[in-house]
Design a protein around this ligand. Structure first.
Ligand code: IPM
Ligand code: MN
Length: 353
């Protein structure tokens, strides 16, 4: 069996963290008796620098012909500081999601007991925290019509959703809840937004098809509090694009470091795996970035390929690394390991598994 993987290292720490994950592929290939064929593509600020385009057509074509994409990170401060920039690295990320039809972004949030001391939350809140956010990824306000009035003093971003867009991700979330603790929470703002009312209506209409799922609804402002006050309450959270963007960053804080959170984006066939953290330009190129979010994203890719043993082994090794103190400075200030050192350790462990 051959799997074609396109690697998009992107910007900032993207190249160094993807490198650590890619080291594991030859080991997995040997153990699972499969073959991985790798190709690289440009995205983000790096792509703008080289081609003027944050997502060249060549990258889209490569990804469309792949079995999975591994993405590092996208973003550069020179664009953040310039609100008038017409071409931005993030456009590349939004466009690749749209071009590959990746409408569901899956972000698992699970605490590691080894990291409890660095979580800003008190210990008793961290027990049993294990939930997954299903964030809609190709609709809503991030993709709606945007514009400015002629005199530039007014601006708008439209938020649109169709019942079809809601239903397809809602079904995934219901099904995942069925394989877990059977609890699904729709996070919305149905007391104010018409799109949220459509989300509620659509999800409510599906509920009879999933009678074993305990479905509830939570306004996003309340959810933002509950994720901190009682994170173990949640099992599967379903939400729209912008709310999902915000609450998953919030949720990552519970774990102790955003450098630990992987994600998978799926849709009608294509799949992309990326850490949820950004390009972290301030630490780029210093060999100090935490590679675990990308390594765990690779584990999600292996699950997607059906190579579940390798996925499980990678997750176990990451937990072992935390126990053994083989971690970067975001986790341990005293004598932290470098990005490469951590990657090498995981590689060696996987070989001997
Ligand atoms: C993320 C990022 C992106 C998003 C940005 C960079 C466009 O924050 O993957 O969460 O908002 O989707
Ligand atoms: Mn985000």
């Amino acid at each position: 069996m051959t799997f074609k993987i396109v690697v998009l290292p992107g910007d900032g720490i993207g190249p160094e963290v993807t490198k650590q994950a890619l080291k594991l592929l030859p080991v997995i290939a040997e153990k699972e008796n499969v073959e991985f064929v790798l190709e690289e593509g440009l995205i983000g600020a790096t792509a703008i620098d080289q081609t003027g385009n944050p997502l060249p057509d060549d990258t889209i074509e490569k990804c469309l012909g792949s079995d999975a994409v591994l993405l590092g990170a996208v973003g550069h401060p020179k664009y953040d500081l310039d609100p008038t920039a017409k071409v931005r690295p993030e456009q590349g990320l939004l466009k690749i999601r749209k071009s590959l039809g990746l409408f569901a972004n899956i972000r698992p949030v699970k605490t590691f007991p080894e990291l409890d001391p660095i979580s800003p939350l008190k210990d008793h809140l961290l027990k049993g925290v294990d939930f997954i956010v299903y964030r809609e990824l190709t609709g809503g306000i991030y993709f709606g019509e945007k514009g400015r009035s002629e005199d530039g003093t007014e601006a708008w971003d439209h938020c649109n959703y169709s019942a079809g867009e809601i239903e397809r991700i809602a079904r995934m979330a219901f099904e995942t809840a069925g394989q877990r603790r059977k609890k699904l929470t729709l996070v919305d703002k149905a007391n104010v937004l018409e799109t949220s009312r459509l989300w509620r209506e659509t999800v409510q209409n599906l509920a009879p098809e999933y009678p074993d799922i305990d479905l509830d609804f939570m306004f996003v402002d309340n959810a933002a509090m509950q994720i901190i006050l009682q994170p173990s309450f949640f099992d599967v959270i379903l939400t729209e694009n912008m709310f999902g963007d915000i609450i998953t960053d919030e949720a990552s804080v519970i774990v102790g470091s955003i450098g630990m959170l992987p994600s998978a984006s799926v849709g009608d066939g294509k799949a992309l795996f990326e850490p949820i953290h950004g390009s972290a330009p301030q630490i780029a190129g210093k060999d100090i970035a935490n590679p675990f979010a990308t390594i765990l994203s690779l584990a999600m890719m292996m699950d997607h390929f059906g190579l579940v043993n390798s996925a499980e082994n990678i997750r176990r090794i990451v937990t072992d690394a935390l126990g053994a103190g083989i971690v970067t400075g975001d986790i341990k200030e005293q004598e932290p390991k470098g990005t490469t050192e951590v990657g090498d350790w995981v590689y060696e462990q996987l070989k001997s598994f």
